[in-house]
Design a protein around this ligand. Sequence first.
Ligand code: CMC
Length: 426
Amino acid sequence: MSDRTSSISTPNGKSSELPVLSGTHGPDVLDVRGLYKDTGHFTYDPGYATTASCKSAITFIDGDEGVLLYRGYPIEQLAEHSTYLEVCYLLMYGELPNPQQSEEFNSIISHHTMVHENIRDFINGFRYDAHPMAMLVGTIGALSSFYHDSLDINNPLHREISAQRLIAKMPTIASYCYNHYRGLPFMYPDNSLSYVENFTRLMFAVPAEEFEPNPVAVKALELIMILHADHEQNASTSTVRLAGSSGANPFASIAAGVASLWGPAHGGANEACVNMLDAIVNSGETIEKTIARAKDKNDPFRLMGFGHRVYKNFDPRAKLIQKMCHDLLNELGGDTPMFELARKLEEATLADEYFIERRLYPNVDFYSGIIFRALNIPMNMFTVMFAMSRTVGWISHWMEMHEDPEGRIGRPRQIYTGAAKRDYPV
Ligand code: CMC
């Protein structure tokens, strides 16, 4: 409880003493919970841009300074020193694992990688050309019908087992969604491989041939997964919390998060970026013309993969992924016209006054889209990759929410603008 308050007067002549809350980092927050009781007024904040929906100790972002911390650790340091599974452990349990904890966690996760055989049949029931995200959202929801031995949300052990199952099974399910779409056989997981190596095998191996994970691809994917593991109260994470606040089971709550991520304004931006680059290459438009269109206020065209709502200085994830992207393109080659265009666009915008003034830098989606293309990951799998990486963030928030003594069902209010009360015409 805060010992500082801020007094607020409302137009009806009433007032309220609002407690001022402070976090470890970030601006102070006015606790408006007593406002309605004291004054009869609600607050109005569509999009929740100035509303803290919860207290959380998981991730901190400072958009002006370009800071991203998981459990206090800068993303740059985690990207350099950690594996994805160590980051999962950190997000879930709050501390980095020691070597023994790390080994135990790896072992637990690898022993949950297989899915019930009927889940393979379940995925086979989707139309042959279903979008992998459509299959993913349905299959994650369906997990509660397979793993109902761990669905007691009031039991901390059940919550933990469900979290471990989700992290472990996500690569298997994600790859099956892709393999079904391609008409390829479903591989079983190989628990002798690392988490990311196993995923590349599930995606790209076929039973008829030996498969050797490509270390360049594994390194790039490991980085992308670390960078996407959590991003505090974004739309999909808030969706998971809201769905879970009613007591919905973890699989249903995470399925809600997957559905929210699916939208182009959230998880779909890297796909939009690669689509844009393809369209420019195919049309033969020059860089100059493309940039002129992006600046023209009469043209709705925007450069996809540029700018960010929160990071107004730079996106620390973009800096890390940019280097990886350049290294990868030098090493792998690939779709040369598209990669050439991306490089020139990056160079040209970084030197252009319009983009400099508005702080519009290439964002994480610009580079992840290009990396996925270089790794031959099809475009309709981009958001699935994001969902797989973010599952640990979602489930860590879901677990934190269930441990929060102040937790209540999420239930926003509204300003009613419909018809005034009237009588039924008789
Ligand atoms: N291309 C050209 N101009 C742009 C762009 C762009 N991509 N983004 C912003 N602007 C201009 C905009 O026209 C405005 O100009 P002016 O001040 O002259 O009116 C100014 O920059 C500020 O734009 P805004 O729309 O107020 O900025 P915002 O913070 O509301 O929007 C954004 C952020 C990410 C929605 C936007 O930059 C955008 O649409 N980018 C392209 C889509 C994209 O890459 N999205 C992924 C973002 S990262 C997602 C994640 O972290 O998961």
